[in-house]
Write a protein that binds this ligand. Structure first.
Ligand SMILES: C[S@@+](CC[C@H](N)C(=O)[O-])C[C@H]1O[C@@H](n2cnc3c(N)ncnc32)[C@H](O)[C@@H]1O
Ligand code: SF4
Ligand code: SF4
Length: 306
């Protein structure tokens, strides 16, 4: 399918594939504004084989700020996108684009690896900073020295910055026993809150981060529930969402995934975006999905909402 021309101009540089449709209604979208990244995290779903993720030789080979913003303006108007999640690769490698882009949407989230200083993007933009364990485990997954760099970023959040900062820890089989240490480390910084998301495995994933089953993952969910009870305001996962992550309900939630129906994923591929199977790319095991967005939406809007 070719790119879709919105009305006359500007050009909407999207190759629609998977279950996504140019006329669909998507209240939220995720956009990878670059495929470049200064880290190479072992668990990262973006750089899995089969995803649109090719790293360009130079920044000049990527879509320009104007080309990206024209496309995003068009999906906002045509597809009803209200909330935009800015991602990559590392989105803070394109600061000027972010500065302009957040003014297009009602709500914005910028998910960053936190290795560069944060800057004020206004109060309608939430920073989500990734930290995946205490120092030894985080650095095993995200690379040597990254824990200290992220903590430094969190300690140096500019005073008066209006964008709130939330830390996200992706829970995996590797770090599930050490989550309390992450909470303690983040509470000592200037971050406002934290959340726990859970690893999304590739199909047939038997790697160090994947649980063999949701029954095995349940002890990690129970640990987050325990931490939530200790720090109810600081840990932002809702209790309802965590309940849905336990078997057998978790399979009912992923079988009717609300993220796939309502969140438009735009992955960068050369001179255009492509929509993959879902936010987590093309190679995923839905049956063991632990993505925050899936369970958050189900708890808030789905048939399980209280
Ligand atoms: C893919 S990164 C892109 C943004 C930025 N570079 C960062 O690291 O925050 C977005 C988030 O996805 C998380 N993530 C990476 N691989 C994952 C996986 N297989 N399952 C669930 N979350 C994952 C990362 O830890 C990070 O919090
Ligand atoms: S920093 Fe983010 S995009 Fe880069 S490799 Fe790590 S998880 Fe993936
Ligand atoms: S992997 Fe998760 S987010 Fe993707 S379609 Fe499956 S359940 Fe939904």
């Amino acid at each position: 399918m070719g790119f879709v021309q919105a009305y006359a101009a500007p050009m909407v540089r999207i190759e629609w594939s998977g279950s996504y449709h140019p006329d669909g209604r998507y209240p939220a979208a995720i956009v990878n504004v670059t495929n470049r990244c200064n880290l190479a995290c072992e668990h990262c779903f973006i750089y899995r084989d089969g995803n649109p993720n090719q790293v360009p030789h130079s920044v000049r080979d990527e879509l320009s700020d104007d080309e990206i913003l024209d496309t995003l303006t068009a999906v906002r108007d045509r597809n009803g996108v209200v909330s935009m999640l800015w991602m990559g690769g590392e989105p803070l490698l394109r600061r000027n684009l972010l500065r302009r882009g957040v003014s297009l949407f009602h709500n914005n989230t910028v998910t960053t690896n936190g290795t560069a200083p944060l800057f004020d993007l206004g109060r309608h933009t939430l920073y989500v900073v990734s930290l995946d364990g205490p120092e030894d485990l985080n650095d095993a997954i995200r690379g040597a020295g990254t824990f200290r760099r992220v903590i430094r970023t969190l300690e140096r959040i500019p005073s008066g910055m209006s964008s709130p900062v939330q830390v996200q820890c992706t829970v995996t089989r590797r770090n599930e026993h050490r989550l309390a240490e992450v909470v303690d480390a983040v509470r000592a910084t200037r971050a406002n809150w934290m959340t726990f998301s859970f690893y999304v495995p590739r199909a047939h994933d038997t790697g160090p981060d994947a649980w063999a089953s949701n029954e095995e993952r349940a002890r990690a969910v129970e640990e987050v529930r325990r931490l939530k009870a200790l720090h109810p305001a600081f840990i932002r996962n809702s209790t309802a969402m965590l309940d849905l992550m336990l078997p057998p309900t978790c399979r009912q939630v992923s079988d009717s995934c609300m993220a796939r129906a309502h969140v438009l994923p735009l992955y960068l591929e050369g001179d255009h975006f492509r929509t993959p199977f879902c936010c987590y790319g093309n190679d995923v095991d839905c049956d063991r999905c632990g993505g925050w967005v899936v369970f958050h939406l189900a708890a808030r809007y789905g048939p399980f909402a209280r």
